[in-house]
Design a protein around this ligand. Structure first.
Ligand SMILES: C[S@@+](CC[C@H](N)C(=O)[O-])C[C@H]1O[C@@H](n2cnc3c(N)ncnc32)[C@H](O)[C@@H]1O
Length: 450
């Protein structure tokens, strides 16, 4: 491992779950009618849709958490929230001219398993009665091992869920206590075992590297549990330290955070171990066994990345329901009000709770193609007639130092990420990010690339 490289490229950089990245969206006052028109147009090109439902409540604050959540022990909040989500769904459903085909459904959080299984059944049955569910549907949910009961697993299985993503973060119980997370190894083992016994076909573990006081020894132990429990997929996230956005991250000392080469060593330790037990790196910070659809999609070059992360296929339309959710119609993005109170207020007034959005112009679409290619194939290509134009010339110039450092190779009409370069995918994508270079951020926007 070249330590100099990690020092040099450890700059603030987006994670590129969209291009343009959210801080560079242009349209603060994005009218809901405009968004609905984009939704309708996308649906007319392809009736297969993806649905993301944000379920924001958590009983306890994990201090490292960078997600949009609402901490409460008050379960009476479940009903009004579900009613708002269903109201929002009906606003979308009534504008679609035919029954959508629900290819992909993801429950994210917060903690979806905060909700009572019967309340989840009520929510989902009311959505599913309005859609067609194809044979090859892909329904998954984020599960906190502590709150996921057998009843959750069975109820969601009956509703068509076959994929579960378990938030593990790290198997070390003391490390978890340090970030205020109540979780034991036994709870992860129980949740994984019950999911398999119920019939779930795909189990994902979320792990994080770079947590306070985390060492390579922790990662080795994590890999041993991975070898034992054999999740089909692993999301091995780089800890995003954004205390200016998430005050709870001030609860631990920054001196305890592994940074630069020390942080990357944690990733390298994980990567080596996962490789030795049969996992393939399928994209940035993601691994899968070779039977997994994500790995198959990487092979077939159909892998896609959106706000939900990596997925084996792409739909033209992704509708996001719930507080802070983001929708994607391929030519536009829209985001919902972020707090539960604002979200419910606007929905209950009978309006779509969009508070910002972005329409992609031709340049955005070209750059998005390159960034998506790099994120999902570790390479990108262009037609001979594109060569020499302003955007590509500028991107290739920005890549020059990365070429000199052996992170990318330039070939005729093609950029290829090298093995070493995979560690710096965010930096490589940034070379193409015209919005970023036109207006570099004044304050802090993004977490560190390493
Ligand atoms: C919405 S959260 C998890 C769902 C569930 N509440 C749980 O805690 O198990 C989705 C995932 O985001 C990841 N995550 C949260 N905060 C993060 C951060 N600051 N840096 C990197 N990954 C983070 C975690 O791996 C987490 O499992």
């Amino acid at each position: 491992m070249n330590k100099d490289l990690f020092a040099r490229y450890d700059v603030a950089a987006p994670r590129y779950t969209s291009y343009p990245t959210v801080p560079y969206w242009s349209d603060e006052a994005f009218a809901p009618e405009t968004w609905l028109q984009h939704v309708k147009n996308a649906f007319l090109t392809d009736p297969q849709i993806s649905l993301y439902i944000h379920l924001p409540f958590c009983e306890r604050l994990c201090t490292y958490c960078g997600c949009n959540k609402h901490i409460t022990k008050n379960h009476a909040l479940e009903h009004p929230y579900i009613d708002a989500v269903l109201k929002e769904w009906r606003m979308y459903r009534s504008t679609l001219p035919a029954k959508p085909v629900l290819r992909e459904l993801h429950l994210g959080g917060g903690t979806p398993t905060f909700f009572d299984p019967e309340n989840l059944r009520y929510l989902l049955e009311n959505i599913l009665k309005d859609v067609e569910v194809p044979e090859n549907h892909d329904f998954g949910f984020e599960a906190h091992p502590w709150s996921t009961t057998e009843a959750h697993l069975k109820t969601l299985y009956e509703l068509g869920f076959r994929r579960i993503s378990i938030g593990v973060q790290d198997f070390d119980e003391d490390l978890m206590k340090l970030v205020n997370r109540s979780q034991t190894v036994a709870s992860v083992e129980r949740c994984t075992g019950q999911a398999r016994a119920t019939g779930y076909e795909s189990v994902n573990f979320d792990l994080i590297f770079g947590l306070p006081q985390q060492t390579p020894a922790h990662i080795r132990t994590d890999a041993q549990y991975v070898a034992k429990l054999r999740p089909d997929r692993i999301a091995f996230y780089s800890y995003a330290h954004v205390p200016w956005l998430k005050r709870s991250q001030c609860a631990y000392s920054e001196a305890d955070l592994p940074t630069g080469a020390a942080k990357r060593q944690l990733y390298e330790t994980g990567r080596r171990w996962f490789d030795s037990i049969g996992y393939e790196e399928i994209g940035m910070d993601h691994f899968a066994l070779t039977h997994d659809p994500l790995f198959q999609a990487l092979r077939k070059e159909t892998l896609h990345r959106n706000f939900m992360g990596y997925t084996p296929y792409k739909t033209s339309l992704m509708i996001g329901l719930g507080a802070s959710s983001i929708g994607d119609s391929w030519d536009a993005y829209a985001q919902n009000e972020k707090t539960v109170a604002d979200y419910q207020r606007v929905v209950n007034e009978g309006r779509l709770p969009i508070f910002r959005g972005h329409r992609l112009d031709a340049e955005d679409r070209r750059i998005r193609r390159h960034i998506l290619n790099l994120m999902t194939r570790f390479s990108t290509t262009w037609a001979p007639e594109e060569a020499g134009d302003e955007i590509l010339t500028a991107a290739l110039a920005r890549l020059e130092p990365l070429v000199a450092d052996g992170l990318v190779q330039l070939k005729p009409f093609r950029v290829e990420v090298t093995d070493e370069g995979r560690n710096f995918l965010r930096n490589i994508c940034m070379a193409f990010d015209t919005h970023y270079w036109r207006k570099q951020p004044q304050g802090k926007l993004f977490s560190q690339a390493v």
